[in-house]
Design a protein around this ligand. Sequence first.
Ligand SMILES: NC(=O)c1ccc[n+]([C@@H]2O[C@H](COP(=O)([O-])OP(=O)(O)OC[C@H]3O[C@@H](n4cnc5c(N)ncnc54)[C@H](OP(=O)(O)O)[C@@H]3O)[C@@H](O)[C@H]2O)c1
Length: 347
Amino acid sequence: MASGDRLKVSIVGGSGYVGGELLRLLLFHPYVEVKQITSASQAGRYVHTVHPNLRSVTALQFTHPDVLAEADILFLALPHGQAARSIERYTALARYVIDCSADFRLRDPAAYVRWYELEHPAPAWLERFVYGLPERYRAALSGAHYASGVGCNATAAILGLAPLADAGLLREAVVDVKVGSSEAGAQPSASSHHPERSGVVRPFKPTGHRHQAEVIQALGDTFQLHFSVTSVDLVRGVLATCHCLLNRALSDKEVWQLYRAAYQREPFIRLVRSNVGIHRFPEPKVLAGSNFCDIGFEVDADTGRVVVMAALDNLMKGAAGSAVQSMNVMLGWEETAGLTFPGLHPI
Ligand SMILES: NC(=O)c1ccc[n+]([C@@H]2O[C@H](COP(=O)([O-])OP(=O)(O)OC[C@H]3O[C@@H](n4cnc5c(N)ncnc54)[C@H](OP(=O)(O)O)[C@@H]3O)[C@@H](O)[C@H]2O)c1
């Protein structure tokens, strides 16, 4: 595509971790050109001063969010609550808006009261946004103009559980999620201070994690969901270990057939299954920077429990990667455009 034909994309909240990953992806995307990337605190500075991996890759400078101009596509990567407050402004500036926050992920305004303890400031917009997980909402995303982002822990749980839930086999799922530190964003806090964060295996939300709402919305409430999140000593990465109790016992082969049927055509889902070697199950480490979600399982022959493991990079498949994948679906482009980086090994 000639550079003049590329669609103009801007990123709001560009100094954050998700904004940085969006920029990395969009700079190499074949059908778009990055027009603006905003930051109030870094306005006027070159983007590489905040995202050093992009030194010499782009000469873009941060612009202040107040001077955000019209674009074809806007990506919002703002702290929770900011996008909803200004959604009329953003949608007036661009035909396509993809918001990575939780502000438009849930359809039901009452769910925001329950899970976020707030009255949604723009409830009429909720039904206009499609949940930005193409593996689940591809048809609705196709041709849509507004997409939400995804919760990273929710994405691992949804993709891990979906084949069993869709088949009506799931009775109860205990989802134990381990997460890296970049999930909390670029703003430092007491819990991210190095002496406090380094080496941790710290229970973060044993119950009541907000991403549960997204899992229930995506998979339905026909099974009992238990969800616990623990912070571990990783920068990037989510591993959801899902202990699945079923309505009837399944053999190893039956589980494999179910997952293969669900995911064999998905470009970003890889089934990990091997009897030998050290990489027999999904691991977040080898997914850093990639848009893959790796899924594996093992059947406990003694109890009938199926342990499903889903791993991803929270900043990629759990945020910026799914957002760009959603853009590709919305615009009718190849779904993999700009997303082919396979990750690194060793890392
Ligand atoms: N981190 C993850 O793994 C992850 C995964 C999935 C979804 N998400 C969601 O993605 C969003 C961004 O996350 P993040 O981790 O990138 O956060 P972050 O690192 O804290 O970045 C937030 C960005 O928003 C800007 N900002 C703050 N208030 C603003 C306002 N009122 N108007 C315009 N810009 C504003 C900040 O820069 P300035 O203050 O300089 O403007 C910064 O660039 C969050 O809603 C988060 O829930 C994050």
